[in-house]
Design a protein around this ligand. Structure first.
Ligand SMILES: C[C@@]1(CC(=O)O)C2=NC(=C\c3[nH]c(c(CCC(=O)O)c3CC(=O)O)Cc3[nH]c(c(CC(=O)O)c3CCC(=O)O)/C=C3\N/C(=C\2)[C@@H](CCC(=O)O)[C@]3(C)CC(=O)O)/[C@H]1CCC(=O)O
Ligand SMILES: NC(=O)c1ccc[n+]([C@@H]2O[C@H](COP(=O)([O-])OP(=O)(O)OC[C@H]3O[C@@H](n4cnc5c(N)ncnc54)[C@H](O)[C@@H]3O)[C@@H](O)[C@H]2O)c1
Length: 278
């Protein structure tokens, strides 16, 4: 059967764009610019911000004061000269005509550009983001309903397990330790490394992975990787509270204990009142 591609259309390419040390120009300093600044700082890029001081959002002012990673110019956009050496441009201004001009200048120079108020002119859209670094989840409605993206984000945030970021961080550390033992890219060793990591991530749950400390990782690699097997969490994390071990949480323990003694007290009263001697 030929593959059905009829649904493979109408979306975007969602990628995790690596911007470390790249130069991002943000034009405008209002509400939208403040949120752009946050997103770009997270990606470790350098920001040039062009916007008149009187139009700055309080949050934008705070970012400018808080980090040397933002070079601020108190003025309006001055033309092509402002695009010199720039890797990405974001316009967030309340002037659509000027925004269109900036977009045209970027196109001519093949600089990727987002114009907050003109979706058809954007090379890429922003999305609503769950940020539990190193975990990032982007929700895009492809321009249809940004506020809905926000609500969907809230639902996803509520459904994520506690400590998910910790588990990811630990797995990252384990992967680099494994690469030190089994270095190189591709080949048989690369396949074996990937298979072992996949098996481990399938066999352990997020809570268990988040408990991996240096000693546990060493044990896992010494006894597991070196012998071509994936030890269970019980083998590697002695003493830790693991899946399947039911611990009564404090919030349940208190009513249970109180209930038990209340029951004992009631029974005692009843026995006392109705015993034949009274
Ligand atoms: C997700 C989020 C990320 C972010 O900005 O970082 C984001 N917009 C957010 C909020 C938001 N934006 C607007 C409202 C008012 C309510 C409303 O209009 O619905 C609210 C609600 C609010 O503020 O709570 C107004 C608006 N937005 C756009 C236009 C222009 C237009 O549509 O023509 C207009 C003016 C329309 C008009 O004039 O009527 C366009 C875009 N906004 C996008 C992203 C891109 C598509 C995202 C997607 O596909 O989902 C896209 C295409 C371009 C881009 O900006 O990259 C962020 C939520 C973050 C969060 O809270 O988690
Ligand atoms: N994409 C989105 O999510 C989204 C959300 C809300 C609004 N918008 C649109 O994005 C635009 C910006 O929204 P906002 O709420 O941040 O507006 P805002 O009015 O708070 O801020 C506009 C900023 O642009 C600056 N500015 C204006 N002209 C400039 C120029 N030529 N050079 C440099 N700076 C200039 C102003 O001084 C101000 O700092 C608006 O057109 C709005 O309709 C988009």
């Amino acid at each position: 059967m030929p593959v059905d591609v009829s649904n493979l259309s109408g979306g975007s390419l969602i990628v995790a764009w690596q911007l470390k040390d790249k130069n991002v120009l943000i034009v405008g300093g209002g509400d939208v610019a403040a949120s752009r600044i946050e997103n770009i700082l997270v990606a470790d890029a350098k920001i040039t911000l062009i916007a008149p001081h009187e139009g700055l959002h309080p949050q934008t002012k705070e970012y400018i004061a808080a980090t040397p990673r933002i070079t601020y110019h108190d003025r309006v956009f001055a033309g092509a000269g402002d695009l010199e050496g720039v890797d990405m441009v974001l316009t967030a201004i309340d002037d659509v005509e000027r925004s269109r001009e900036i977009v045209a200048l970027c196109r001519a120079r093949r600089i990727p550009v987002n114009a907050a108020d003109i979706p058809p002119s954007c090379d890429f859209y922003f999305g609503s983001q769950v940020k539990r670094l190193p975990l990032q989840i982007m929700i895009s409605t492809n321009g249809k309903g940004p506020r809905l993206a926000h609500h969907i984000r809230t639902r996803i945030e509520d459904s994520l397990p506690q400590g998910v970021e910790n588990a990811i961080e630990r797995v990252g550390e384990l992967r680099s330790k494994l690469r030190e033992r089994a270095p190189g890219v591709g080949g048989e060793l690369g396949k074996k490394r990937m298979r072992w990591m996949t098996d481990l991530c399938n066999a352990w749950d997020l809570d268990e992975l988040s408990l991996l400390d240096d000693a546990a990782m060493k044990k896992l690699l010494d006894e597991g990787w070196e012998n071509g097997q994936v030890p269970s969490p019980q083998d590697v994390l002695p003493g830790a509270k693991l899946r399947g071990e039911v611990a009564l949480p404090f919030s349940l323990l208190v009513p249970t204990v109180v209930g038990f003694f209340a029951g004992v007290a009631c029974t005692a009263v009843a026995v006392h009142r109705f015993s034949p001697r009274n």
